[in-house]
Design a protein around this ligand. Structure first.
Ligand SMILES: [Zn+2]
Ligand SMILES: [Zn+2]
Length: 454
């Protein structure tokens, strides 16, 4: 079967070369309304996926968010048509998706997904028809400046790549009345069919269920990467994780897998604190109860066995520098902005400024802090500490994940039961219930909700 489809691909490519790639590359003409001779060259047609096929998806349009029927538009030669099998909405999209502001542009929310490849554009090399693919929130093209410099977490295909005024991701579908439908971030994910540029697609070769694998496109993979990609937890080290949502719990698991000495979790939501203990937290703290004393509380927890300077102890004097140098070896800020009031315990500072500062403050001199859940406000740090304390700030964009390197590794860790991708799924939905999945994500009444397509 594998050989068969390889052969099909080879034939197709040769055919394309022979009859002129330029014609195919002309974009809009690729499949939509293409002359029969041209359409015959396109793999999409050969594999049975054609422009114009109808499908359903959750769409934000006007002032509504509901399931709509759409028609697929033609794909770019570097795009992949994917039949979605599972998707987990990300908290970062809930405000935009649930807002009742009128918006001009119809859009399928989210920025990751999982499914089966049904068709590939003529220039696609990374995936083949029939592959199961994680569609990740960040691309890894392998060719841009960032990828070549070891930073695919900032791949320019995702970031900074579009010329001014140029729409990087054209609409992928349209309503029956012809209204174009876009996919959020060029990915979407909450529709039965998704199209994605191959740079975002990571094929995975495993029998694991789609509901688990879809967590590797975003939240769980990003959180786990926080401790294993750019910033690297060490065995026996003190780890602190702010925020025990789907991302933070990935970082908690990274601490457990590394063999961290302790994993301290800070979250206002009681059920999430309790849940984190099952995944590897050793202590949990409620930031509402601790108030401003939380930094000193964490420093105390990381105090260590002695304070003897020549016996490996951490300095413990009362002078300013000594106080600021106490803390954890690794800190992950994954609390993030609280964009909507939750139905459970609220964050002490919805803007997240305070959490970012606390994450910095409870990092030991020479320690590492990753800022994942951002704030929209300016954050200030004491200049002396910035210069002298030797703390390294790591950017938290997908936790430093290199999708093509890391996702296949995480698949193996899930297979071996080392990463728990099962218990973090606390609710499942059908597409018809997908709006509720977004609402529950906003309400924070679930850890991770997964929409399964049938
Ligand atoms: Zn996300
Ligand atoms: Zn790149």
């Amino acid at each position: 079967m594998e050989n068969g489809s390889n052969q099909k691909r080879r034939l197709t490519r040769r055919h394309v070369l022979k009859s002129g790639a330029a014609a195919l590359g002309s974009g809009a003409a690729l499949l939509g309304g293409a002359p029969a001779a041209l359409a015959a060259q396109a793999p999409g047609v050969i594999t049975g996926t054609q422009t114009g096929r109808t499908f359903r998806g959750l769409v934000r349009h006007g002032n509504t968010l509901d399931v709509q029927e759409m028609r697929l538009l033609s794909i770019d030669p570097r795009q992949v048509v994917i039949r979605s099998t599972a998707v987990a909405p990300c908290y970062t999209i809930v405000r935009g998706a649930l807002s009742t502001n009128t918006i001009r542009r119809a859009e399928v929310p989210n920025h990751c997904g999982f499914g089966v490849v049904e068709a590939v554009g003529a220039q696609v090399r990374r995936v083949q028809v029939g592959d199961r693919v994680v569609v990740a929130g960040t691309s890894q093209c392998g060719q841009c400046y960032q990828c070549l410099h070891g930073r695919p977490d900032y791949c320019q295909f995702t970031f900074f790549s579009n010329a001014q005024g140029v729409e990087p991701f054209p609409p992928f579908a349209q309503f029956v009345d012809g209204t174009p439908v876009y996919a959020q971030a060029g990915i979407g994910g909450m529709s039965e069919i998704m199209t994605a540029f191959e740079e975002y697609c990571v094929p995975v070769f495993t029998d694991l269920p789609a509901a688990q694998l879809t967590l590797l496109g975003d939240q769980l993979a990003s959180g786990f990467a926080a401790g294993h990609a750019d910033m690297r937890f060490e065995p026996g080290s003190d780890v602190v994780v702010f925020g025990a949502g789907p991302v933070g719990l990935g970082a908690v698991q990274a601490g457990r897998v590394t063999g961290a000495g302790q994993v301290i979790v800070v979250d206002p939501i009681k059920y999430r604190r309790e849940f984190s203990m099952k995944l590897g937290a050793t202590t949990t703290l409620d930031p509402n109860a601790e108030g401003d004393g939380i930094v000193e509380r964490i420093r105390e927890l990381c105090r260590g066995a002695n304070d003897r300077r020549f016996a490996g102890g951490v300095s413990w004097g009362r002078a300013g520098n000594a106080v600021m140098s106490r803390g954890a070896d690794f800190v992950v800020e994954a609390a993030g902005l609280q964009t909507m009031p939750p139905k459970v315990e609220a964050q002490p500072d919805p803007t997240n400024v305070k959490t970012v500062q606390q994450a910095w403050d409870c990092t030991k001199a020479g320690g590492h802090v990753m800022l994942m859940g951002f704030t929209l406000q300016p954050v200030s740090f004491p200049g002396v500490s910035l210069a002298l304390l030797g703390r390294t700030i790591h950017p938290g964009q997908q936790g430093g994940l290199h999708v093509m390197r890391d996702i296949p590794r995480y698949v193996k860790l899930i297979e071996k039961g080392i990463i728990d991708a099962t218990s973090v799924i606390t609710k499942r939905y059908t597409l018809a219930e997908s709006r509720q999945a977004v609402q529950d994500t906003a309400d924070r009444t679930i850890i991770t909700g997964v929409i399964e397509f049938t």
